[in-house]
Structure formats: C-alpha cells, structure tokens
Design a protein around this ligand. Structure first.
Ligand code: A3P
Length: 335
C-alpha cells in the first residue's frame, strides 16, 4: 500500500541457511550461542559443548532415537585422540574369529571409519526423512563410535549395561593434530587457520566437541564411579604399551585373549595389522574417501607422542599446562 513501509525480508544467519538442516534443528540452533568454526560450518554450543551446525541434526537424532543394547560396545573419543586406531583395534579384536586370515581382513580394504561408524556423524546424520538407521546388518555385539560428551549421550546408553571405551590424548598433541586436520578440511579459497587463532579458540573451549577438558572430565568421573562400564584410555598409554592395553581392552569388552591365542601371537598380529605404518600405507587409506568427502589419509599424519614440541611456543605450552592444572589435575587427572 502506498506510504506503508516495506516488510524487510527475513535474512537468516548463514549457519541457519544450511539446506540439510531440519526445521526442528534450526529452531534448536537459533537459541544457542554460535561462533565461527574452524572449517566451513559454524559451531554452536549445545549442552555446554561445541558442535558444528552441520552435525547438530545427527546429535539431536541420535540422542532422541538411539536405543542401546546391553551388549553394545561404544567407542567414545575426543577428536584427534586416536579414534581411527581404536576403531581398527577393537574391530580386529571383536572379529578375530570371523576373520582369521589376515591376508583378506576387511581392514585391508576398508577405512576403520567405515567398519565402525560414528552414531551422530554417520548413522544419524541427514536422516530427516527416516531418522532410524537400519541396524539389522550389525551383528551382536554391535560396535559403534561417538565423540559425544557424557552429558549428551542417549539415555539408553547410560542406563543399559553397554560398555563405553573412552580415549583421549594430551591436549597439546590433540590441539596440534586438530589444527592440521581442520586446515586440511578447509577449501583452498578459505586459506588456512593460523596456529595462534586456533590456539586461542581451543583454550576458550571453542573446538569441535570442546571444551576439551570438560569432555575428558565427564568421562574421567564416570570411570571412577563405574569402572565396569567405562574404560578410560589415553593415546600415550596405547603408544607406550599397546600389547598391554589391547589385552586389557579385550578383557574389558568381555572377550579376553586365551592363553592359546596369546601363545599363537594373535596380540602382535592385531597390533601389526592396526599399526600406523600398516594402515597408513594401504591403498584405501592413501587414496580412498569417506562418504562425507573426507580423505582417508587425513586421519593418518605422524602418529607420534609429543609432536607439540615442534609447534607450540613456550607461552602457549605454559598457558595450556595451566588450564590442565586448573581443570584436570585437581581431579587427579594428569597428562
Ligand atoms: P597426529 O595428527 O598427531 O599424527 P583421530 O583418529 O581421533 O582423528 O586421531 C588422529 C590422530 O591419530 C593423528 O595424530 C593420526 O596420525 C593418529 N593415528 C591414526 N592412526 C594411528 C595408528 N594406527 N597408530 C597411531 N596413531 C594413529
């Protein structure tokens, strides 16, 4: 009408323009704190932890729909703590009778991320039409993985007798690994994130599934309360004595190595199959891609403890150490 002000077009913020997000997901995100992410997607803070807006749909669907079985085994990790390695080891461990011929083992031709899918990042992502994944092809005991913090786990996971295997890593190495990884995922025209900017975000807790310390602390406390249900592992222990950790892991998931298996060298066979050198040199992990578009080789970089020494300044080291002291050491957790 003449003289009447034009109604302004509703301009949605960029992170709510993502077509794949359901209306419900957009509504949840629109009420959350949002920050620029490390890659393309923004990060939003849900239940105290930062998720990419892209993955929020999977997080919500998984929380709402996943029904854990008492026999399930769930690998829970902080990103860049050795998830790929833990997936390979646990898959090989659980299926050691099924795949006795190591020359034709599925790990030789499939990424560990395909063999042990993430719940919120694979199985429940982009499932608006049909939010329930088909679990019929998963033999019992089912093996899944997640990066979800304890507070956000589906209720049935906490209430059932399913086992949780938690893996984390020294935050300094975790940060360096995450910085490399996210820069690889950035499109060429986006340039790279500087170490300094990323470090500042990491220290504020604004990183994928961060704050790192809150994630670790959540599982550390649960492990102290209920060690039968939650096993707490660190990348550094796995590197220091992989045979010992593998045997403990086997016992924890209710499938201990028999004396005969140990005598036949099965522990070493699995460790060799899953070693960084072996996995990273396989064709599938050198040139393959995940359905999400990530290159398999991005999950294998150096695989060492202490690589942070090559990247962090003295000031950064002191800053991170101080946070760890304040947030974790008071709870008896040292790195
Ligand atoms: P670096 O970036 O320090 O090399 P995630 O699997 O959680 O994404 O973690 C990736 C980190 O684990 C990377 O660390 C990667 O190199 C390392 N890694 C991958 N496979 C490994 C293996 N089989 N043994 C040891 N480390 C491995």
């Amino acid at each position: 009408m003449p003289g009447e002000a034009e109604t302004p077009l509703l301009v949605l913020p960029k992170y709510l323009q993502e077509n794949e997000l359901s209306q419900e997901c957009k509504e949840v995100i629109s009420s959350l704190p949002v920050e620029q992410g490390w890659v393309a997607s923004h990060l939003c803070q849900y239940q105290g932890f930062w998720h990419s807006t892209r993955q929020m749909q999977g997080v919500l669907a998984c929380q709402k729909h996943f029904q854990a079985h008492d026999t399930d085994i769930i690998l829970v990790t902080t990103p860049k703590s050795g998830t790929t390695w833990l997936k390979a080891l646990t898959f090989a461990l659980l299926n050691r009778n099924k795949y006795q011929d190591l020359q034709t083992h599925p790990l030789l031709t499939s990424s560990p991320h395909v063999l042990v899918p993430f719940l919120e990042l694979d199985l429940y992502l982009d499932k608006e039409e049909n939010p329930l994944p088909d679990f019929t092809s998963f033999p019992s005991p089912r093996l899944f993985s997640t990066h979800l913090p304890y507070v956000s786990l589906p209720k049935s996971m906490k209430e059932s007798t399913c086992k949780l295997v938690y893996l984390c890593r020294d935050p300094k190495d975790t940060f360096v690994s995450l910085w490399h990884f996210t820069n690889r995922l950035r499109l060429k025209n986006m340039g790279t994130n500087s170490l300094e900017d990323s470090f500042e975000k990491f220290c504020r807790g604004v990183s994928l599934y961060g704050p790192f310390w809150d994630h670790v602390l959540g599982y550390w406390k649960q492990n102290l309360e209920n060690p039968e249900k939650i096993m707490f592992l660190r990348y550094e222990e796995l590197k220091a004595d992989p045979a010992l950790v593998l045997k403990e892991l086997a016992s924890f998931i209710g499938s201990p190595f028999s004396k005969e298996e140990e005598a036949n060298g099965l522990v070493d066979d699995i460790l060799k199959l899953c070693s960084f050198d072996n996995l990273s040199n396989l064709e599938v992990n050198k040139n393959g891609k995940l359905l999400s578009g990530e290159e398999n080789r991005a999950f294998f970089r150096r695989g060492e403890v202490g690589d942070w020494k090559n990247y962090l300044t003295l000031e950064m080291i002191e800053q991170l150490n101080a946070i760890v002291k304040e947030k974790l050491e008071v709870h008896g957790l040292k790195f």
